[in-house]
Design a protein around this ligand. Structure first.
Ligand code: ZN
Ligand code: ZN
Length: 465
């Protein structure tokens, strides 16, 4: 007999699920007086009051532990209209006007921010209007000011081009609308689309925060979402950036993103929303109505949700692993040389590429799997394309050589060569973007700048040798 373990035995013997507790008439585990209304982790019944005390304490300690906020600091709360960010807004509101003297009052100045992504989700003008009306109403009800901006301004050339409205919003076509539509239409895979959406949204929020003079932004994703993102980050080769991708603090963009809901799983958010009377609007995503295998992100989130429903320790175990992974924090006062080693899209450090790098391995296996047995024979004689550029030293701005590779054609190629300015994960994403020239023009300019600096460094090195 080769191996006696089959999957069923394994599940039955080593991964026994937590027994279900019937919580009808159960007593609150904490105060042992009131009737339980909440069942956490399948075994812990809580009454409403005790659950809310536990949740509020968890929310505040998540923020407090990190010493992330200064007294009276202005903070933007990214609010999508969903349950998780809606509960975050309510918890902040409660914390600010906490009349209970026993509790430490939260002291910072929040303003809401909503990004209208309706365009790339193929929503009609009316549907987009309904969503933004909902978030406007929610902000008004809670006495907060709210800024609303449309996602297409993530492509904007400068901050002055960005249309940002406060406490009102009109769905209007902008110069960037068709560019954003064409950009997303040119992306081959859903995984790359989802990743591109994350990067562009992050860029836009950071731009807006700078314009509004806010150094900190609260983001609303909860533990279930983040655990899915954790596995999906591994799947996309972003293992080195886990600490920033799903940790409490992410300061890669220069604006500090904080995730105060990261200790709450979906079920806790649902109870919170219920007890705090949080209304939400149904938000479609890029993968709505698609099967669970449509993208890496969708697949990992489904996997986590299914696993968590049977094994309530799943998410906390994943988080314990991720908290052990620390990445080097990026110093913002960088020299040009140091800045050139950061990924243009996600601003993580680009790992040194060598002949034996993961991207070379991926390139080889991609070439092999796409070419089939016949094509493979032709490929083996060819050398693997590397991202090094050849520099023709004799070429200058007066160059008139035609047909041959000259400085001008090289410059054009460089401007479209993203591989040198991206980390491994973002390179995979941009590989699937078929019209990269539709990306924000600042990126294209930066690619040109970086490669000119690179050439200059190379020629100085040659001179020194
Ligand atoms: Zn109780
Ligand atoms: Zn990157």
């Amino acid at each position: 007999m080769m191996c006696s373990i089959n999957e069923e035995n394994l599940a039955a013997e080593t991964m026994a699920t937590t027994p279900k507790l019937s919580f009808k008439d159960a007593e609150c585990r904490r105060c042992q007086v009131l009737k339980a209304q909440v069942l956490l982790r399948k075994t812990d019944p809580y009454c409403r009051d005790c659950f809310m005390k536990y949740a509020v304490h968890k929310f505040r300690s998540t923020i407090g532990k990190a010493h992330a906020l200064k007294h009276n600091e202005h903070v933007l709360l990214a609010y999508s209209g969903g349950l998780s960010s809606g509960s975050m807004v309510q918890l902040v509101k409660q914390g600010l006007d906490s009349s209970d003297t026993n509790k430490m009052k939260m002291v910072f100045k929040p303003t809401l921010l909503h990004i209208d992504e309706g365009l790339i989700l193929n929503l009609s003008k009316d549907e987009r209007k309904a969503t933004t009306d909902f978030v406007l109403e929610h902000a008004k009800k809670n006495g907060f000011n709210i800024y609303i901006c449309s996602l297409e301004y993530s492509l904007a050339l400068s901050l002055n081009d960005v249309k940002l409205e406060m406490n009102s919003y009109q769905v209007e076509p902008s110069v960037y609308e068709s560019q954003l539509e064409r950009l997303f239409a040119s992306v081959k895979s859903l995984t790359a689309k989802e990743d591109l959406l994350i990067r562009l949204k992050q860029r836009l929020i950071a731009l807006l925060a700078t314009r509004l003079n806010h150094a900190k932004v609260f983001l609303g994703p909860n533990a279930t979402r983040l655990a899915g993102q954790l596995l999906s980050a591994f799947g996309q080769g972003r293992g080195a950036h886990i600490a920033q991708e799903i940790g409490f603090t992410d300061s890669r963009t220069g604006t500090v993103f904080l995730r105060p809901m990261r200790e709450f799983v979906d079920k806790e958010v649902a109870y919170l929303a219920h007890f705090l009377y949080v209304d939400s609007v149904c938000l479609p995503t890029l993968s709505s109505k698609l099967s669970s295998t449509a993208s890496i992100g969708r697949l990992t989130e489904d996997f986590v949700v299914t696993l968590q429903s049977n094994f309530p320790a799943t998410i906390s175990t994943l988080f314990r692993i991720s908290d052990k992974l620390k990445s080097n924090t990026v110093d913002r006062n960088l020299s040009d040389y140091e800045r050139d080693s950061l990924c243009l899209l996600c601003l993580s450090a680009i790992e040194e590429s060598s002949v034996c790098s993961a991207s070379t391995a991926r390139h080889i296996s991609q070439t092999i799997s796409r070419s089939g047995p016949d094509g493979l024979r032709n490929h083996t004689s060819q050398t693997i394309h590397t991202t090094q550029h050849k520099n023709s030293a004799s070429c200058n701005s007066n160059c008139i050589s035609q047909g041959k590779e000259c400085c001008k054609t090289i410059d054009y190629q460089i401007k479209n060569d993203w591989s040198t300015v991206l980390c491994y994960g973002c390179r995979n994403t941009m590989d699937d973007v078929k019209e990269p020239e539709l990306m924000p023009i600042n990126y294209l300019e930066e690619i040109g700048l970086r490669s000119r600096r690179q050439l200059m460094r190379q020629s100085v090195e040659q001179f020194l040798l």
